[in-house]
Design a protein around this ligand. Structure first.
Ligand code: ADP
Ligand code: MG
Length: 379
């Protein structure tokens, strides 16, 4: 398996194409439930403006502009086109991509990202399907796709494919951060991805039942790594060739609502802090990245922001989906989510192609060199 994945590494040089752009922010409004009162949100005809009518008539309504606002009648295909498609295309060409969903519990993050309902397949399996379809149609390259699924709860990173690995460490080398020892499973169809998602979700539920805790307080992270090699190279010949490595992060963030006092009964203050630490730090990093005068971005203060450091201003293309409910009852949380999205609109990233020399080829070269040396020493 090791030989399938090139060593982490990038080839620096002026020939590398760089894409500088803002984080793209898409708001998705979900319809009110029978128990909720709708009419809290108005979407402008251009699908960029959104107005939140506040519950109290003494507070003025608030309006915002985003890259796209999807009304409650939008479906999963609409979300895919707005937030995911452009990123998937670049990931196939060796760029890093991130799709993050933010919002209060019940606003539609998990439905949007990882619904397995055949009539409303979520973004993660949709992205996988698009990747495998592109791979099938590309005669001039061969690909390897690997999937990992982890969760972050109370600053502990747990492998959801091998849940006994419940305290994975984030490491860093010259090419950036990575999760040491995380399970990476080779996948070759959307169904493979749906299966791993299912296995991971089951392990997640077991972990939370054991902890007697709420899974809405954890972050779910799916990682797809796509290794792309030119298929023109003769199979058994060691030719120095470059491979491209694209990484797609899909992050289902913990519920953004504040921990209510009643909810956190029995919870020690230290627990409450560490439950919120990653999300709070994410907000601080976005504020700092959005502020041209900020000198320090506290990426290292939480595991989530360490892992997403590139996604928030480094080498990545990032889409943020803000999930909100069109319900009068949720106006305050919705306002907070829209404000968060609004600040994220000011964050810039610079994506570059990740290229490195093929591990397999380097190994073959090294073996050949050793053989030669041995041959000579036997003479
Ligand atoms: P979250 O992950 O943000 O806590 P969920 O994605 O679990 O929220 O959504 C909560 C409930 O609302 C689920 O039953 C889901 O099926 C439903 N839901 C969410 N978004 C939509 C939508 N756009 N249209 C219809 N139902 C939705
Ligand atoms: Mg959820």
């Amino acid at each position: 398996r090791g030989s399938l994945i090139p060593r982490r590494g990038t080839v620096a040089g002026p020939q590398r194409e760089q894409i500088a752009e803002r984080v793209k922010v898409v708001v998705r409004v979900r319809p009110p439930r029978a128990s909720e009162t709708g009419g809290a949100i108005k979407v402008a005809p251009d699908h960029r403006g959104i107005v939140l009518n506040r519950e109290s008539s003494t507070v003025p309504s608030s309006s915002f502009e985003f890259d796209k606002v999807l009304t409650e009648s939008a479906n999963q295909v609409d979300v895919y086109h707005a937030a995911v498609q452009p990123i998937v295309e670049d990931v196939l060409n060796g760029y890093n991509g991130t799709i993050m969903a933010y919002g209060q519990t019940g606003a539609g993050k998990t439905y949007t990202l990882s619904s397995r309902d055949p009539n409303a397949i979520g973004m993660m399996p949709r992205a996988a399907a698009a990747i495998f379809s592109a791979i099938e149609h590309d005669q001039s390259h061969s690909y390897t796709v690997m999937m990992s699924y982890i969760q972050l709860y109370m600053e502990l990173l747990q492998d959801l494919i091998q849940p006994q690995n419940s305290d994975l460490q984030i490491r860093e080398n010259e090419n950036g951060v990575y999760v040491a020892g995380v399970s990476e499973r080779e996948v070759s169809s959307m169904d493979d991805c749906l299966n791993l998602l299912h296995i991971g979700d089951r392990n997640r539920a077991v972990a939370f039942t054991a902890l007697n805790a709420q899974s809405s307080r954890s972050h779910g992270i799916v990682m797809l790594t796509i290794v792309k090699r030119p298929s023109t190279t003769p199979k058994n010949r060691a030719v120095r060739q470059k491979v491209k490595v694209g990484r797609l992060f899909m992050v289902d963030l913990a519920g953004s609502e504040r921990l209510k006092k009643s909810r956190s009964t029995g919870l020690r203050a230290t627990e409450a802090v560490s439950i919120n630490l990653s999300l709070t730090t994410l907000g601080m990093c976005i504020n700092a990245r959005a502020d041209p005068n900020a000198t320090h971005v506290p990426f290292r203060d939480s595991k989530l922001t360490r892992l997403l450091q590139e996604s928030l201003g480094g080498n990545a293309k990032t889409s943020l989906v803000i999930a909100v409910a069109n319900a009068v009852q949720h106006c305050e949380e919705t306002l907070q989510s829209l404000q968060f999205g609004s600040r994220a609109m000011r964050v810039q990233t610079q994506a570059v192609v990740n290229e490195c020399l093929d591990f397999k080829v380097l190994d073959a070269e090294m073996m050949a060199a050793l053989d030669q040396k041995e041959d000579r020493s036997q003479l």
